[in-house]
Design a protein around this ligand. Structure first.
Ligand code: TXA
Ligand code: MG
Length: 329
């Protein structure tokens, strides 16, 4: 066993939390069957109790312990896409504490694609809850240093697995409804899921456009995606079109950091962080850019609206969802 994995296992056994790497973002791990450990995750993140946690497993056999009935459709998706960035929602097994699901009868389960974390879950022998390892509402971490920057050594053991390849969170799909529905867009598209299941799948629809304020209700949240401001830096952040940037720079009070998929001429004291122009490259570097801009002493962060369209249309839509939440006022 990798020496750091062995340390992480003993940390979990002694009740500490373990931040683990995945192909999407870092997760904040605790024994999913131990309500007291799960409570510490909510406390440390400052996470609302009704916002459910994803349960991470190392294989389908372990997923069967987490859900009430593992269905043929879940099996087909797992065969095609696990380990990988798809969380599957199904009615939960009795042994999963209600705390994990925020009171919902359904649980989200996923098998992350990272060798260290698969080894960790296998060696620990039990599934791990794993919300993104950041304070609730702020930017998800894509490096071990991001996690160390916000949580102390005493509370959290950080299993360093390098930078996350995917960069945005998994797609959350519910199979507890008919037709299946995407609750959070991510690296796997509704189209891909639909072609595996050989039937229509309802794609993610942002529900905030109704003008209602889901944050003020006490009902279980369908997905925290429903909270408008999320994945957000502390610095004020806005989204703008590329052709609006010049005007914003001219009127800027204080330093401005621009994050853009195409290089823009932005002179000192302002700065432009240029991200890859392809969707997978952009997704992999977006959160690190937001983190950097947030710690660079900027007065305002401007994210240039990402390009939509082919190829990777669905991934651009998932990216736009994150940028909109990071820049929501
Ligand atoms: O990529 C990911 O999913 C990362 C890595 C660490 O695996 N985890 C992650 O967890 O993003 P978190 O807690 O930041 O986001 C979990 C999302 C939320 O949108 C939550 O509402 C949804 O999954 N979710 C979790 N359990 C659910 C359930 N039982 N029913 C519906 N949605 C659920
Ligand atoms: Mg999160």
């Amino acid at each position: 066993m990798h020496a750091h994995v062995a340390e992480a296992v003993s940390a979990l056994q002694s009740g500490r939390l373990v931040a683990f790497p995945t192909e999407t973002v870092y997760g904040l791990g605790a024994d999913a069957f131990d309500a007291a450990a799960v409570q510490r995750v909510f406390d440390l993140k400052g996470r609302p109790a009704r916002n459910p946690l994803i349960v991470h497993v190392c294989d389908v056999a372990m997923a069967r312990d987490v859900v009430r009935d593992w269905t043929p459709e879940a099996d087909a998706l797992a065969k095609a896409l696990w380990p990988g960035p798809l969380s599957i929602v199904l009615p939960k097994a009795g042994r999963v504490p209600d705390l994990v699901t925020g009171g919902s009868p359904n649980v989200a389960v996923r098998c992350p694609d990272h060798a260290l974390t698969l080894e960790l879950i296998r060696a620990f022998g039990k599934p791990l809850v794993g919300p993104s390892a950041n304070p609730s509402g702020s930017i998800s971490p894509t490096t071990a240093d991001h996690v160390r920057g916000v949580f102390g050594d005493r509370e959290v053991y950080v299993l360093d697995g390098g930078a996350c390849r995917g960069g945005i969170e998994s797609t959350v799909l519910t199979l507890a409804e008919d037709p299946p529905r995407v609750l959070r867009p991510g690296l796997v598209s509704a189209e891909q899921i639909s072609s595996i299941l050989q039937r229509p799948v309802a794609d993610f629809v942002a529900r905030n456009s109704t003008g209602s304020n889901p944050a003020s209700t006490t009902a279980p949240l369908e997905s925290p995606g429903l909270l408008e401001r999320h994945y957000a830096p502390r610095t004020r952040a806005v989204m703008a079109r590329a052709d609006e940037v010049e005007g914003l720079v001219r009127r800027a009070v204080g330093r401005m950091v621009v994050i853009s998929h195409a290089p823009l001429k932005v002179g000192p004291p302002h700065e432009c962080i240029t991200l890859p122009a392809d969707a997978p490259g952009y997704a992999a570097s977006l959160y690190a850019a937001l983190q950097r801009a947030d710690t660079a002493g900027a007065g305002v962060i401007v994210v240039v609206k990402p390009p939509m369209g082919d190829p990777h249309k669905a991934l651009w839509a998932a990216i736009l969802d994150r940028v909109q939440r990071a820049t929501a006022q």
